[in-house]
Each structure stands twice: as structure tokens, then as C-alpha cells.
Design a protein around this ligand. Structure first.
Ligand SMILES: [Zn+2]
Ligand SMILES: [Zn+2]
Length: 264
């Protein structure tokens, strides 16, 4: 089994190091057939993401320029949107999401919210947990927190066309099985993120539901693009079939499902 694409990479439009073109060149050097440029949405604090959602269209224009120059690789313009509310709202408006070739979304804890109720009802309990580790000691708080996060992420999957849910369970407790069930219905892939692994058991739990996976680098510098061995190892250890990994191929099997996956 080998991986032909890396569908989660960042650039200097966010807190990454490379330009769009440098990412594309790095992907070509790694022998990839597909690369996606997926900058963070605007809600991240500390200048981590784009300044404004409109910047994603500028990135898309750069991707289109690169497509003219580099014909041997498929380059996708995308985003890693932030889930910023219990109702699953994203920090990128639909008008811009629909212009993207691929939409990734994830739960990051250091974000600006639109509503006080989300700041207090979702992100504050997560921050308290992060500072105190309380969920390790108090079972009911753990369940409460997991319920909040799972609700937000499931609502996001149900209410938006999300191709890939990034690093589910990393830094935020999630009911993996419940989430995977919804992802199957919505044809949303769950990510095996080489940089942000949520820990043992995640892949096994999601696999039981029959979800599709994608193995991504989440590279923030060009050198890390396509460095996917750790994710592939994890997938192989969990016994994932090539058909269940959208960016994997084995003797010609797999690529077709990928094409279907991103067209929709
Ligand atoms: Zn992320
Ligand atoms: Zn990322």
C-alpha cells in the first residue's frame, strides 16, 4: 500500500513556512500525485490562520497559476475551517466554501467565536480541562466535555459539506464511534494526522463503523509534505484495507474512489 496524495498542508498565508508554489514543488519532489493547500480559517487566535476568509480565494488563484506550470500533479485549493460553535458552524461562509475543491474542518480550541454561548459553553470547558486535566479525575466532567465536543463536530458534519474531518479527538475529547457513524452517512473522511495523533484506539473505533480515512501530514513547512510513513504504519497496524483510505493505492485499487470523493 502506498499513499499518492497529501490533502492537508499549510502555507505562509497562515503560520506555515512555505508558499503555495513551494508546497507544490515539495509534493512533486516526494513523488505525490495530489496535494491540497488547506490553510486555517480566520477564527484561529495568534495569527495562525488567514486574516480573512476572502484570502482563501487569493490562495485558490495561486493554485490555479501553479496548475498551469505543474501538470504532473493534481493541486487542490482547500481550507481547514474551524468548528466554532455547538451548532457546528464554521468560520468560513458558504459562499467561499463552495469555491473550494476540498473542505477540511476541525476543532481547535484557541479560536474566536461568534457567540458568547459558544465561548462559555464549548471552548471554556475545554480550556479548563486543558489547564487542569480535570477530565482525568472527574468522570462526569469527562462525559460532559465529550458530549459537548461530539455534538459540535457531528453538527458540523451534518450541516456542511466537509470532505475531511481533521485530527478528530486530538486535544478535545470525542466519542469516536458516534462521530464515525455520522461521517459514514455524510461521506466525510476521518483523518489520520501524522502531526496530531489523538492516541491509541482511535482508528480501531472508527474503523468498526466503516468510515473512510485519509492519511495526511498537516505539514507546516514544505519539507514535511508527504512525510506520511507514521500514518501508514498506524493504518497497517490497525488492519485498514486500501479501499478505506482515500489517498492510498495498492496495485491500482483505491484511486477511483478518491476521484469520486473529491468531485462531490
Ligand atoms: Zn488542525
Ligand atoms: Zn492543519
Amino acid at each position: 500500500m502506498e499513499l499518492f496524495g497529501d490533502l492537508h498542508t499549510h502555507t505562509s498565508y497562515g503560520h506555515g513556512k512555505g508558499t503555495v508554489e513551494e508546497n507544490v514543488k515539495a509534493a512533486i519532489d516526494r513523488g505525490l500525485k495530489v496535494v491540497a493547500i488547506t490553510e486555517h480559517g480566520p477564527a484561529n487566535l495568534f495569527g495562525i490562520g488567514v486574516d480573512d476568509a476572502e484570502v482563501l480565494l487569493k490562495i485558490k488563484a495561486e493554485v490555479e497559476e501553479c496548475r498551469k506550470k505543474y501538470k504532473d500533479i493534481k493541486i487542490l485549493a482547500g481550507v481547514e475551517a474551524n468548528i466554532i460553535g455547538l451548532d457546528g458552524r464554521l468560520d468560513v461562509p458558504y459562499e467561499i466554501l463552495k469555491e473550494m475543491d476540498i473542505v477540511l474542518a476541525g476543532l481547535h480550541l484557541m479560536v474566536k467565536t461568534e457567540r458568547i454561548k459558544d465561548a462559555l459553553g464549548l471552548f471554556l470547558p475545554n480550556s479548563i480541562n486543558r489547564w487542569t486535566g480535570i477530565s482525568l479525575k472527574v468522570e462526569c466532567f469527562r462525559e460532559y466535555l465529550m458530549g459537548l465536543n461530539t455534538k459540535a463536530v457531528i453538527n458540523a458534519v451534518n450541516n456542511n459539506r466537509i470532505h475531511i474531518l481533521t485530527h478528530p479527538g486530538w486535544g478535545a475529547l470525542i466519542d469516536t464511534a458516534a462521530l464515525a457513524e455520522v461521517c459514514v452517512q455524510r461521506r466525510t473522511a476521518m483523518e489520520i494526522n501524522v502531526s496530531h495523533n489523538p492516541g491509541h484506539g482511535y482508528v480501531e473505533l472508527a474503523k468498526v463503523q466503516g468510515v473512510k480515512f485519509v492519511i495526511n501530514s498537516d505539514a507546516h513547512c514544505p519539507e514535511d509534505i508527504g512525510v506520511l510513513e507514521a500514518g501508514l504504519k498506524l493504518a497497517e497496524e490497525a488492519g485498514l484495507a486500501v479501499e478505506s483510505i482515500i489517498n492510498a493505492v495498492n496495485e491500482g485499487i483505491g484511486y477511483r474512489s478518491f476521484e469520486e470523493f473529491v468531485v462531490d
